[in-house]
Design a binder for this molecule. Structure first.
Ligand code: KG4
Ligand code: ZN
Length: 363
């Protein structure tokens, strides 16, 4: 790592249009010069979820202004950049194409190297935006689309230890929140409702408890919670069910992480044991608290990104790009947008949790 990199990051894989400028200096210090996130929540709310066509159109309309604002807030112009990093997948491909095409245009016009970033690699480095966390570390990535345990050995070198066999944790939060009549996105709404509720009041299934491996499953919990939600008569009961659901999700995440920690520790004898949780669900306080206890009991350090870097943002994409540029890695201008792009392609193909279709393994 010999020179400093100042990278414009672009993120358009779901329902946030985001741009950021991040500097990675020669000593590996990270500085977020700006991070702008334009959310489309209001545009999708009437439909109870993200509508891909609306998302893509909205990205087209706003990416230009958001990228310019990111540069303005950083006090820089396009000439000050040393690279451009854009999410190239996995995600809603219409949106991914918008950010990637914008990034390619900037790269071409300004003769800058382009990095086509895997969105999951962005989440994997997100905690490094605010704290010095050396490789390797054990990562729990919990978002609306993903729920995976990964051994992150270095830049772009991830090995998957476990993954969900049905829904992602954020998806479970969102779907259960919907049955409780809460607005989208359901995770933060359910967390707010759960406040003051009794997490022991409803008995909910404990999926995969004691089962070998580190995979997750949330579909049984979702069905059970929907059934319980039907008979609720009072606000107190709604609070109690929300608290019980939140505790059940946190418990499963902690139990499976505990198994992954044991495996990771055995594979890294004599090395510092570090644990990082990232992704939108890492914003949940009950989830964080439970994982923090698990890490302490296993002798792992605990890190989670600040809340603004848990959910989708472009600073994490810029940093993932900068780390690759520092290693001399970049991508050609015909790099494709990939709706599916497993972070650990080898594990995804040898042990598919979703049977790969014609488009290849899902992330
Ligand atoms: O990382 P993210 O912004 O997007 C994806 O890449 O999926 O994660 C969004 C997910 C949504 O499912 C949302 O409900 C969940 O993260 N989420 C939360 C909280 N904040 C966001 N879930 C539980 N508690 C929260 N406080
Ligand atoms: Zn994400």
């Amino acid at each position: 790592m010999s020179i400093a990199h100042t990278v414009l990051g672009l993120e358009t894989s779901c329902d946030e249009t985001a741009a950021a400028v991040v500097r990675l200096d020669a000593e590996g210090r990270v500085e977020v010069l700006s991070s702008i996130v334009g959310t489309q929540v209001a545009e999708h709310a009437p439909y109870g979820g993200v509508v891909p066509e609306i998302a893509a159109r909205s990205h087209v309309e706003t990416i230009d202004a958001i990228a310019n604002r990111a540069l303005e807030e950083a006090g820089l112009g396009y000439d000050d950049l040393t690279g451009v990093a854009a999410t190239a997948g996995p995600g809603l491909v219409g949106g991914v194409m918008v950010g990637l095409a914008f990034g390619k245009a900037v790269a071409l016009a300004r003769e800058l190297p382009l990095v086509a970033v895997n969105h999951l690699e962005g989440h994997a480095v997100s905690a490094r935006l605010a704290a010095h966390i050396p490789y390797p570390f054990l990562l729990l990535l919990v978002s609306g689309g993903h729920c995976q345990l990964l051994a992150v050995e270095g830049v772009g070198a991830c090995r998957r230890l476990g993954s969900t066999i049905d829904d992602a944790a954020g998806e479970a939060f969102d779907k259960i929140a919907k049955t409780l009549g809460l607005p989208y996105p359901g995770g933060p709404a359910l967390e707010a409702l759960a406040e003051g509720g009794d997490p022991e009041s409803f008995a909910l299934p404990r999926a995969l408890l004691g089962r070998a491996g580190c995979d997750f499953s949330f579909s049984g919990l979702k069905t059970a919670a929907a059934r319980q939600a039907e008979g609720l008569t009072s606000e107190v009961e709604r609070r109690n069910l929300a608290a019980s659901v939140q505790a059940a999700i946190a418990r499963q995440l902690a139990e499976r992480t505990d198994r992954a920690m044991a495996a990771y520790a055995a594979e890294h004898p004599g090395q510092p044991l570090r644990f990082v949780v990232a992704g939108g669900v890492a914003a949940n306080k009950a989830v964080r608290a439970r994982l923090q206890e698990t890490a302490a009991a296993r002798g792992f350090s605990f890190d989670a990104p600040p809340l603004a870097y848990c959910t989708d943002n472009a600073a994490m994409i810029a940093l993932a790009g900068a780390e690759r540029l520092a290693l001399g890695l970049s991508d050609p201008l015909d790099a494709p947008a990939r709706p599916r792009w497993p972070l650990d392609a080898a594990a995804a193909l040898s042990n598919p949790t979703h049977v790969p279709g014609r488009k290849g393994a899902k992330a």
